[in-house]
Write a protein that binds this ligand. Structure first.
Ligand code: NAI
Length: 335
């Protein structure tokens, strides 16, 4: 399978590396980035053609499938171009920056008649999240009542502004909880907490968000993108007879000088390294079988609708009013 990659920044570069050396049955044959120097450097990793426009990647007859890894506000238009060309696409999250734009991708895919779009919610491929999902599916903790989530980054680049802790970070918790619980989220409330003086003031960091599902389960999610000490993602589902929590991957424990220290990942690349490989492998396998199985355009739309409500919240409870779910997406909660 020949893959074209649009956007060769941090995650685009890693996706090119993974598709080149870790994913069976796929290779990168075309790349584009508005920063031509980056595109040339990253394209050389795979021996790929460097195109002059994003749409040239989509239209390249030698490209079978596309990865979109450019900034979020470019995603919806590029995903629409892929659907128009009938090409499978792995679109990094968020699918779009507004629910209206995401819904257009859903509608285009429904008109096309089969799924082509997978959204990069790679936590669904993480071993720890899969264990939580399996425990829930097996009824091991009874009925879920509430969920505690934490999403902490060491720091964020200067390009990370305003509400991106909701649209770009919280969106992962939104998708993970929708998937784990098998329910839509119907309301979001952002609770005001003191701001860290170490974060740029416009970031309003940390944030505490309450999400409510259609069957009344409440999720509290902390997003803190200047936590400094490490990259720390937690998730605990509390049920009627027990709880199930995400285990951080083992890094070994060092006992020294009267203390015991367990190292944390310092960024998402390290914490979710295997999940990204497994996500790409599953996507490539599905595309080669002519199917699409991972997080769908509907999942991307529903998650963006929730983060949009969170952005609008500013302390008040905002309802999430979703469009009617098309039958194309019925029963889709894989992997
Ligand atoms: P980045 O800023 O490192 O890279 C973005 C790249 O896109 C840059 O090289 C930039 O020159 C290029 N670019 C800008 N406009 C473009 C356009 N119109 N067409 C083509 N290329 C363009 O950002 P990063 O961290 O790699 O994020 C990219 C996307 O991936 C974002 O949507 C982000 O939310 C998502 N992401 C997803 C992660 C996940 O865990 N699934 C983790 C990190 C990022």
């Amino acid at each position: 399978m020949n893959v074209g990659v649009i956007g060769t920044g941090m995650i685009g570069t890693e996706h090119v590396r993974r598709l080149t050396s870790r994913v069976a049955g796929a290779r990168v044959t075309a790349v584009f980035d508005v920063d031509t120097t980056r595109a040339v450097t990253v394209g050389a990793i795979a021996g790929a053609t460097v195109h002059r426009e994003a749409h040239d990647v989509v239209d390249d007859p030698a490209v079978d499938a596309v990865v979109i890894a450019s900034p979020g506000d470019t995603h919806a238009d590029l995903a629409l171009a892929c659907v128009a060309a009938g090409k499978p696409v792995l679109c990094e999250k968020p699918l779009a920056t507004t629910s209206g734009a995401a819904l257009k991708v859903v509608e285009a895919e429904v008109t096309y008649g089969r799924r082509l779009v997978q959204v990069g919610f790679m936590r669904r491929y993480d071993g720890g999240y899969r264990q939580v999902k399996a425990a829930l599916a097996g009824g091991r903790i009874g009925d879920p009542l509430l969920v505690h989530c934490v999403h902490r980054n060491v720091s964020v680049p200067p390009t990370f502004t305003g509400d991106m802790s909701l649209t770009d970070s919280l969106v992962h918790e939104v998708d993970a909880c929708r998937w784990l619980l098998g329910q839509e989220i119907v309301a979001a409330t952002v609770v005001d907490v003191p701001h860290s003086p170490l974060a740029s003031p416009e970031l309003r960091d940390p944030r505490l968000v309450l999400l409510e599902t259609e069957r009344g389960i409440v999720v509290d999610a902390e997003v803190f993108v200047n936590a400094r000490y490490g990259y720390d993602v937690r998730c605990e589902v509390v049920g009627t007879t027990g709880t199930v929590a995400l285990d951080a991957p083992s890094t070994g424990a060092v006992a020294l000088d009267g203390g015991r220290v367990q190292a944390l990942a310092m960024d998402w690349q390290a914490r979710f390294a295997q999940a990204y490989v497994d996500e790409l492998q599953a996507w490539a396998d599905a595309v080669r079988r002519g199917t699409a199985e991972g997080p769908s355009a509907w999942d991307g739309y529903a998650a963006t609708a929730v983060t949009e409500a969170a952005v609008a919240s500013r302390g008040t409870r905002m309802r999430v009013d979703l469009a009617e779910r098309p039958s194309l997406y019925e029963g889709q909660s894989s992997p």
